[in-house]
Design a protein around this ligand. Structure first.
Ligand SMILES: Cc1cc2nc3c(=O)[nH]c(=O)nc-3n(C[C@H](O)[C@H](O)[C@H](O)COP(=O)(O)OP(=O)(O)OC[C@H]3O[C@@H](n4cnc5c(N)ncnc54)[C@H](O)[C@@H]3O)c2cc1C
Ligand SMILES: Cc1cc2nc3c(=O)[nH]c(=O)nc-3n(C[C@H](O)[C@H](O)[C@H](O)COP(=O)(O)O)c2cc1C
Ligand code: SF4
Length: 639
């Protein structure tokens, strides 16, 4: 490619020029203080990405109501000053910052929130004061130093509800027809312009399609955008989904990159103002194509910027074919959505352990020149992350892997339906580690310790085999061997274990159109195990192909005709189907045995256990655990 990529050319929102077409869309990361304070954590996060080349950020702040950790507050005038250090630092790094005026209550429609959060019960006067509070929020944002604001009209928050012809039950001027449903937003735009001035940009974020039964489609969203444009808005930011269709707000790996490009094209054809388009843009070429093909003026990048702070900076290098390893978001939602929501904790990322701690954690080259030699045994994600950190610190690291490829179990996880992009995690290490001087030795199973200062035992766990009497006529596999074998010649499968691996095996079976029964005693619902987005698509496949879940139950025995299961109350039942079946055990992993570990400790070299070799967990546990253990590991006098 000769010319600079189109995605890196400057463009304007209203009068505000942005240095390129890349915007980090709004995310409630829970990096704020518990009363909505702007923290060093927030500043570090945004400044690192501004230095990493992002053109602009859209940062959420609530204009009214209760202040929370989810986002910074602009709920009263006393909150204006707290934004200055962050905004100065981000501006200093060349990026622009818009404030997403984000309601303080959360989405209506999620079962954990009560109906009081509905804006449909407000009187007309109360609704008008809500509109005014958004406008005052915009004025505070202007005073704080933001370059513009975004009205959060997507994903089922109060504005999205008011915009929804399907859900809006108001009978006054703010409900009923599409024009009436759009009125609160058009009035907001007009009032924001009155208070902040015509040249202070206002963006509307809208779900182009609500993706709920009977929900709004793009042609009606276009009409809303036209009304809002007429009211004076400076840009439209198109997303999709409502709380009941979260799989479209934060789509999983199986949804194609740039999946909303078609919406951007349709909107751009009819609107005069710029259109920002979000939606799983991970490979920069996808964003480039969208800009080149008239599908977007700006690309919004959310999760990809959590995984990689230098995402935007990588583009000019990658476009010239230069070496620039980047962590590519795999759409797993594990750290940024599922755990964040389940634990009410900060957003994290499966593959980027520094996210959320960027103000604190810096890998220093403290081992440089000290001739510290490290042998990492096992090239799964835990071993690779340990090798990454220790080599960055300056140790001489060699990774020994018994297979002919890196990645361990996670490589095989990527073979499950819709998870091909999971190999991004492994490819990143494959590129990065040799550039940091790490020697990779494949096809080498070690069972004794090489010379050195430290052995990192990253050999993974051993599959747990439950003591279930199984008739010898039934073929039995452990889950990993089954996935590796990739042969699905039985008519039916019984899968024992309803953790992530059990479901993934069932999904692989379902993809081949075969029947499966999954039996397990995990108390969590599958949606909790897999996350909303992945479960949504998997559940559909299960229904189509005939996967049955027998939950909160233990398998007592398996014979040629079927199995006997016992539920939580101790009631035993038979599960039988037609014809023969095979059995797959997905009952988890146990850590490396003491005898195994001892083999590596014989010559007195220090040993560090990481990943599943230390304790059973998923890939995020393995990567984060390896990072935590190696970043500050002290070495003796020689080291
Ligand atoms: C089907 C499936 C789907 C999954 N999906 C997900 C998911 O969506 N999200 C998630 O977070 N987790 C998922 N997991 C779990 C995840 O893959 C594991 O938790 C994680 O990969 C464990 O990493 P590890 O590095 O600790 O161990 P492993 O990946 O087991 O790596 C150990 C490595 O050590 C090598 N080794 C062992 N002994 C020796 C020796 N003596 N010498 C040299 N090399 C040796 C092995 O060959 C292997 O490469 C899934 C697992 C499966 C099976
Ligand atoms: C942790 C997290 C928090 C989010 N919070 C918000 C939010 O406050 N406002 C909003 O409009 N969208 C929010 N989103 C949605 C993102 O802005 C974005 O639309 C979505 O992640 C899809 O883009 P991506 O595929 O680039 O990640 C959030 C997404 C994530 C991952
Ligand atoms: S946790 Fe998964 S989806 Fe979220 S940013 Fe990281 S890789 Fe992407």
């Amino acid at each position: 490619m000769n010319a600079a990529p189109s995605i890196l050319t400057p463009a304007k929102i209203g009068p505000v020029e942005i240095r390129n077409r890349i915007v980090t869309s709004s995310m409630c990361l829970y990096f704020s203080g518990k009363n909505g304070e702007v923290t060093d954590k927030m500043t570090a996060f945004f400044v690192n990405r501004a230095k990493g080349g992002m053109g602009a950020f859209i940062i959420p702040a609530n204009p009214h109501g209760e202040n929370k950790r989810a986002r910074g507050s602009l709920a009263d005038d006393s909150r204006i000053a707290q934004w200055k250090p962050l905004l100065d630092a981000v501006h200093g790094a060349g990026a622009k910052v818009f404030c997403q005026i984000h309601p303080s209550s959360t989405q209506f429609g999620r079962k954990e929130f009560k109906s009081e959060t509905s804006p449909f019960e407000l009187t007309s006067t109360e609704l008008q004061s809500l509109i005014e509070s958004y406008a005052i929020g915009a004025l505070r944002a202007k005073k704080a130093g933001f370059d513009g604001v975004e009205i959060h009209g997507a994903h089922g928050h109060e504005v999205a509800l008011l915009l929804s012809e399907l859900l809006n039950t108001r009978t006054d001027l703010y409900g009923g027809t599409l024009e009436n449903c759009a009125r609160s937003v058009t009035e907001m735009v007009i009032r924001m312009k009155e208070l902040c001035g015509a040249d202070f940009p206002v963006i509307l974020r809208v779900s182009g399609e609500e993706r709920i039964p009977g929900g709004r489609k793009l042609p009606e969203s276009l009409k809303i955008c036209q009304l809002v444009q007429k009211a004076g808005a400076d840009a439209i930011h198109v997303s999709s989904g409502m709380p009941q269709s979260e799989e479209w707000e934060c789509p999983p790996s199986e949804v194609e990159q740039g999946h909303l490009a078609w919406m951007g094209k349709a909107l751009k054809e009819k609107l005069k103002i710029p259109v920002i388009v979000v939606g799983r843009v991970v490979n920069w070429e996808v964003g480039e194509r969208m800009v080149d093909h008239g599908e977007a003026d700006f690309i919004a990048v959310a999760r990809a910027s959590l995984a990689e702070a230098r995402w935007a900076d990588s583009i000019s290098h990658l476009a010239k074919g230069e070496f620039y390893p980047v962590r590519k978001c795999i759409g797993c939602n594990q750290g940024c959505r599922t755990r964040r929501e389940q634990n009410k904790s900060m957003a994290a990322c499966l593959q980027n352990p520094v996210l959320g701690q960027e103000e604190l954690l810096h890998i220093t080259e403290d081992l440089k020149g000290k001739n510290v030699r490290v042998a990492v045994i096992g090239g799964g994600v835990a071993g690779l992350e340990a090798a990454n950190v220790l080599s960055k610190r300056g140790a001489r690291v060699t990774v020994f892997e018994r297979e002919n490829r890196l990645g361990g179990t996670f490589y095989w996880a990527s073979k499950a339906p819709g998870k091909a992009s999971y190999t991004n995690v492994i490819e990143y290490y494959e590129k990065l580690l040799p550039s940091q001087g790490v020697t990779i030795v494949l096809n080498r199973a070690l069972d004794a310790v090489p010379e050195g200062d430290l052995v990192v035992l990253a050999t993974g766990g051993d599959p747990i085999v439950p003591p279930i009497p199984i008739d010898e006529s039934v073929k039995v596999w452990n889950a990993l061997d089954f996935i590796k074998r990739n042969v699905f010649d039985a008519g039916r499968y019984v899968i024992v274990g309803d953790g992530i691996v059990g479901y993934e095996v069932a999904d692989a079976v379902a993809e081949r159109g075969k029947e499966a029964v999954v039996v397990g005693n995990d108390p969590r619902d599958p949606v909790a195990t897999l996350g909303v987005a992945r479960w949504h698509f998997m559940e559909k496949r299960f229904a189509e192909s005939g996967v049955t879940l027998v939950r909160r139950s233990t398998v007592k025995s398996i014979d040629a005709k079927g199995l006997t299961v016992r539920d939580e109350e101790g009631v035993e039942t038979r599960v039988e189907g037609k014809g023969p079946f095979e059995c797959v055990l997905a009952c988890g992993y146990k850590p490396a045995s003491p005898e195994f570990i001892e083999k590596f400790q014989r010559n007195g070299v220090r040993t560090l256990l990481v990943g599943n070799a230390e304790k059973s967990g998923d890939a995020m546990d393995a990567i984060h655990g390896a990072f935590d253990k190696t970043i500050s590991l002290a070495f003796g006098a020689r080291g």
